[in-house]
Design a protein around this ligand. Structure first.
Ligand code: MTE
Length: 315
């Protein structure tokens, strides 16, 4: 993105999952032991929801024949500028991020505008595991088992009006909890958008978990978007607002650098980004590069939405 060239992590920089979870437990115990602010003046908290198992009712493999990226990579190499522009620091800096109480406000051109409690949303939909390819514009990628439900199912209960042509998503703004927001690296809060047909596409999901557990904070807890045929930056994290609008939303990345980041951001190996080739990618934790697939391998489900569009112009 707007920062240094991505480098692969050396194994010593990667915490394996057991170590990572043990560290959480250690911190939690320490917090109890020191009794928070009373003793040390430092308040240590942990997110009670992290690591919780999710009840998945349906599973789908959408990256047939490919092996999952280990959890330790997906959870320790993150783009989440609200915490840091350094991918290796996000997990640590977001550890105390509070994801409860949490509400998601539905606004704009809908019959049923409403503020939902996150737990109400979670209970309302059967949870599915979907193994998707996920590709960042910086040419690293993963194969990841998300847990969530189709965004389209949520949109149906909101009952959009006929002038709802786009859906705009907004991340929480809270510079105290999200220290990266104290810096002007992007215009805050983080905003992303989809055309309504993209939002309703059966592949588009709202995710609240990965690897069978509640999302780690660094991966966008408690609720994030996953659109597998688009570059990683479209997949907005820690959503607090979903607004149905008539005009194309201007995303944070479009505002930061519109020549580099378009609204569509469809994975397209034939349209290079000014700073990264999009023709190849490297899976996190692997050495060899592989060819990037058109629409990230989801052309069958996604290509029709862009028929007749010049994808060099609408990148
Ligand atoms: N959402 C918010 N709110 N803030 C961000 O900085 N980064 C995006 C996307 N969603 C980002 C965000 C980018 S650039 C990528 S590649 C993915 O999140 C990374 O998701 P991951 O950390 O789960 O791999």
């Amino acid at each position: 993105m707007l920062i240094k060239k991505p480098s692969d992590m050396s194994p010593s920089e990667i915490t394996d999952k057991e170590l990572y979870l043990n560290r959480r437990e250690f911190i939690a115990k320490t917090a109890i032991a020191i009794g928070g602010a009373a003793v040390s003046g430092i308040k240590i908290t942990t997110d009670a929801n992290a690591g919780q198992k999710l009840n998945v009712t349906k599973r789908g493999h959408f990256a047939e024949g490919e092996k999952e990226t280990p959890f330790k990579h997906a959870a320790n190499y993150n783009n989440f500028y609200e915490f840091s522009t350094n991918k290796e620091d996000v997990a640590e800096l977001s550890r105390n991020f509070r994801t409860r109480p949490w509400t998601v406000s539905v606004e704009g051109h809908v019959k049923k505008p409403r503020v939902y409690d996150i737990d109400e949303i979670i209970k309302a939909f059967p949870l599915e595991e979907r193994i998707y390819r996920f590709r960042c514009v910086e040419a690293w990628s993963m194969v990841l088992p998300w847990v969530g439900f189709p965004l389209g199912d949520f949109i149906k209960i909101c009952e959009p009006l006929s002038n709802a042509k786009y859906v705009e998503f907004t991340t929480l703004y809270n510079p105290k909890q999200m220290p990266g927001q104290q810096r002007n690296v992007l215009e805050w809060p983080y905003v992303e958008g989809l055309r309504i047909d993209e939002a309703l596409n059966p592949l588009t999901i709202l995710a609240l978990g990965m690897y069978g557990e509640v999302l780690p904070n660094q991966n966008g807890a408690p609720l994030r978007l996953v659109v597998p045929w688009k570059y990683g930056f479209k997949n907005i994290k820690s959503i607090v607002k979903i607004r149905f609008v008539e005009d194309m939303p201007i995303s944070s990345w479009m505002k930061a650098s519109h020549q580099e980041y378009g609204f569509y951001a469809n994975v397209n190996p034939s349209v290079p980004h000014p700073r990264w080739s999009q023709s190849e990618e490297r899976r996190l934790g692997e050495f060899l590069k592989i060819k990037t697939l058109m629409f990230n391998g989801y052309a069958e489900q996604a290509a029709d939405m862009y028929k007749g569009m010049d994808l060099r112009k609408y990148f």
